[in-house]
Write a new protein. Structure first.
Length: 557
């Protein structure tokens, strides 16, 4: 004689009485279960059972472990954590009512008590063995009970509305074990293969779980807190490492996780899509925390606490998916400069309305927050930053002390421009740079380094024209705006004060490309300004203003 710790006999009697009084109620229950199994929770068997296991682990205060295997009895799924309760049994039998309430269970995932209906799509018998007691579901036995109750004209009965007590016990070390007697034609190995493919993603999503074992393949996750002063207030960073061990082979994959408010953002350290499968799709989906049907194009995976529809496939109409954008900027802060920009989402790639709203919210945060690597290494706010395409390390070293709003040279490349412009970064050209340099006071040697670093950017006459207003230091200590009227005096060792020449320390071949002329001794002596100075010197001698005059009287002092 089986004990009945959960009162299944009374529950079954009440259900049969309701069906007898209203055959329509029975038909509705059949339709509801079929709809949930074939539509709402189709292809979600492993997801839903592992989610229940994660909830049990959280409620039991343990690191969750799940084991899945197949034998002659059927497909087995065992888990640690809190055992089956009477409230849980009533929830399973009711199809629509959950015993798990989000305000008193410390963040469990289940909400509606219907996810277990995924078992009805693959099984004709279900046994739940728990340390607190065992119950059995059997479609054939349910049909017999309906007939015995005098209910006629019934073509089909639901699997999960009538339960009976059982004697089975869970595998040692586990609190609960579910045994599915698979329907004819189903291949247990195909289900196990699907479980293996989904295990890494579910470990990343369900924080209460530590280990999932499918037959002889173990999937284990390690979560390590990271300390980083660059994170936004309220953000936390973790390193997640998923290790797969199978038949002596061991491989690991690492991820960076940013948690901020209701959102967790995941990025694979190897740069591949987060999805651990070898045939990972180009587009991911929103996880909340289990996968929904909402496709997202963002380069990082979002796992968010958002209100969902009853089948957990879509965001509730009243939910604001844009609120989940918080924290994305910190993923970029922890990445290398080029990698960070590659993680900026593209609005034109949005795969639907929810994706578009989320991208807009992420871009808004990225534009107005300091994270973009600047010329000197410090982060800059994109909508206050400028980019000079072609900026190299040498030019960055010279300009870094002056223009901290410039983007890092690793990002100052033409192919990065569309992304930078989507962040409202201002593009500047050589003409704008020349204008910015007006009024800068530096020694001639500094200007010489500037010209040397600037030279690779000047490859055409148009480039040279843009630098028409480039400041150039003169040998007389003054600054010339542009190259017009300036000379380089390589052939003349003595400074000449009647001709505007470039300061020797600033001289560079670039200046001749900009229009500075090369001065010879013949040119210097033939300059009209020299004749005027000679005449002035002669007048000084005649007036007795000086007894000695330099042979030319013209050298700069």
């Amino acid at each position: 004689m089986h004990t009945d710790p959960f009162g299944t006999a009374d529950l079954a009697a009440a259900t049969l009485s309701a069906w007898r009084e209203s055959p329509t109620r029975l038909a509705e229950d059949v339709a509801a279960e079929d709809d949930l199994a074939s539509v709402g929770y189709r292809d979600r068997l492993f997801v839903e059972l592992v989610t229940n296991a994660a909830d049990a682990a959280r409620l039991g205060g343990v690191d969750g472990e799940v084991a899945i295997w197949s034998d002659a009895d059927g497909l087995h799924i065992a888990n640690t954590g809190a055992p089956l309760t009477e409230a849980g049994v009533r929830s399973l039998l009711a199809l629509r009512v959950s015993a798990k309430q989000p305000d008193d269970t410390g963040g469990v995932v289940g909400r509606f008590g219907v996810g277990f209906s995924a078992t009805a799509a693959v099984a004709h018998t279900v046994e739940i063995r728990s340390t607190s007691g065992t119950i059995c579901f059997d479609r054939a036995r349910a049909a017999a009970a309906v007939a015995d109750a005098g209910i006629v004209g019934v073509a089909r009965v639901p699997l999960l509305r009538l339960a009976w007590p059982g004697e089975g016990v869970p595998r040692a070390g586990f609190a609960t074990e579910i045994v599915l007697g698979l329907a004819g034609g189903l291949d247990p190995q195909a289900i196990l293969d699907a479980a293996e493919a989904q295990a890494p993603d579910l470990l990343l999503a369900l924080t209460a779980l530590r280990l999932i074992t499918v037959e002889d393949t173990a999937f284990e996750i390690d979560r390590t807190e990271l300390v980083n002063d660059e994170l936004s207030s309220g953000s936390r960073a973790r390193r997640l490492t998923v290790t797969v061990t199978s038949r002596g082979d061991r491989r690991s994959r690492a991820f960076t996780e940013i948690e901020h408010g209701p959102s967790r953002w995941l990025r694979a350290d190897d740069g591949r899509p987060v999805s651990a499968g070898s045939d990972a799709p180009v587009a991911d989906v929103l996880w909340a925390p289990t996968p929904t049907d909402i496709e997202l194009s963002l380069p990082c995976r979002l796992i968010a606490r958002l209100p969902l529809t009853h089948d957990r496939r879509h965001v509730h109409p009243d939910a604001d998916i844009a609120a989940a954008a918080a924290g994305y900027v910190d993923v970029l802060r922890l990445a290398e400069p080029v990698d960070g920009v590659a993680l900026v989402p593209r609005a034109h790639r949005a795969r639907g309305g929810d994706d578009a709203r989320l991208i807009d919210a992420v871009l808004h945060e990225l534009r107005s927050t300091a994270w973009l690597p600047g010329i000197a290494g410090a982060p800059v706010v994109p909508d206050r930053a400028s980019v000079l395409i072609g900026l190299g390390p040498d030019l960055a070293e010279v300009l870094g002390e002056l223009f901290t709003d410039l983007v890092h040279p690793d990002l100052s490349l033409a192919h990065q421009l569309p992304v930078l412009e989507s962040l409202d970064v201002t593009r500047i050209g050589l003409a704008s740079l020349a204008e910015r340099l007006t009024g800068v006071e530096r020694d001639p040697a500094w200007w010489g380094r500037l010209y040397a670093a600037l030279a690779p950017l000047v490859s055409t006459a148009l480039d040279a024209e843009e630098l028409a207003a480039l400041p150039i230091p003169r040998s007389d200590g003054r600054m010339n705006i542009g190259a017009r009227g300036l000379f380089t005096a390589h052939a003349v060792q003595t400074p000449l004060r009647w001709i505007r020449t470039v300061a020797a320390e600033a001289d560079h071949p670039l200046l001749e490309r900009l229009g500075v002329q090369r001065l010879s001794i013949t040119d210097a002596l033939a300059d009209p300004a020299l004749r005027m100075l000679v005449e002035e010197a002669a007048d000084l001698v005649e007036d007795g203003a000086g007894e000695e005059v330099d042979a030319t009287g013209l050298a700069e002092e």
